[in-house]
Design a protein around this ligand. Structure first.
Ligand SMILES: [Zn+2]
Length: 94
């Protein structure tokens, strides 16, 4: 079973539950979400020679691309702060 399928199952259960069970499902949903790669947010108001990318969950920096040198200063696969899996698909080719 894929993570996304499990997630939609948990979400469905979550909507129908309450009390302690609901809290436990919520914690599971948050943990599972971090495993599913999400695109980083691009920061706009920055020095023009850099593209800065932040975690979509907690805003921690997850990557810096140097436009002038055309290379990544760093590019994390996981957020160092919250552990969110980051998807870089299609970003370095822009
Ligand atoms: Zn994060």
């Amino acid at each position: 079973m894929k993570d996304k399928e499990v997630l939609s199952y948990l979400m469905d259960r979550y909507k129908k539950s309450n009390g302690k069970r609901k809290k436990m499902l919520y914690a599971s949903i948050l943990a599972l979400r971090k495993r599913i790669p999400q695109k980083p947010k691009e920061q706009s108001e920055v020095l023009s020679i850099y593209n800065i990318y932040n975690c979509p969950c907690c805003e921690e920096g997850v990557g810096i691309y140097n436009i002038e040198r055309e290379e990544w200063s760093y590019q994390n696969e996981y957020c160092p702060e919250c552990g969110q899996h980051i998807s870089w698909e299609g970003i370095d080719s822009e």
